[in-house]
Design a protein. Structure first.
Length: 195
């Protein structure tokens, strides 16, 4: 059992899994981006000294994602050295999936699909929004390949960034450039479901 190290400190096991993150750019519709020393995601400060998993467990907006990562057995991967760029869907994105999806994906017989869905949000490397913007081709999209082998595209429109999956899921990056010790996260408002 996990025993806290202090009244509000995490237990040793949690500390070993996670390390903090810092510096986020919150995107707005008017091309303004604000930089925060320790950005809040889901009501929790993110620390660049924590891993992706370490920060995600602190976010109230990512409890469904954290449970899915645990069920898929990906904690060690996303808590590893990376670097990774992760497009992290919020709880409301999971709630918008067809009825029963969130309840059935963690079942053992659907584990491979769960792993594919989750790794379809992860790209190798530490890609900030400026890096993604620099990759935009003549068609107006930055094309990425995820760890699952699926394709993602990013399109910038003024100060907003849209994310597209090969299966035609479309979402927005609502908070970008949240630095982690093993990469960067970009918060998104949709779950990217593979074909």
């Amino acid at each position: 059992m996990c025993q806290p190290d202090g009244p509000s400190g995490p237990c040793r096991e949690t500390r070993l899994l996670l390390r903090p993150v810092a510096g986020a750019i919150a995107l707005t519709g008017n091309a303004d981006a604000t930089l925060a020393a320790k950005p809040d995601v889901g009501g929790a400060a993110m620390f660049e000294t924590r891993t992706i998993v370490g920060n995600a467990v602190s976010s109230a907006d990512h409890t469904t994602l954290v449970a899915a990562v645990q069920a898929a057995g990906l904690v060690d991967v996303l808590g590893g050295p990376g670097p990774f760029t992760v497009f992290v869907p919020v709880n409301s994105a999971f709630a918008a999936l067809p009825a029963g999806t969130v309840d059935t994906l963690p079942k053992p017989e659907r584990r491979e699909l769960l792993i594919r869905v989750l790794t379809g949000h992860v790209v190798a490397g530490d890609l900030k929004l400026a890096d993604l913007r620099a990759q935009v081709g003549p068609d107006g999209y930055a094309d990425l390949k995820t760890l699952s082998g699926d394709a993602l595209s990013i399109r910038f429109k003024g100060g907003s960034a849209m994310i597209y999956s090969a299966s035609r899921n479309i979402g927005s990056i609502t908070i970008g450039d949240v630095d982690q010790s093993n990469g960067v996260i970009h918060v998104i408002d949709t779950v990217l479901v593979p074909d």
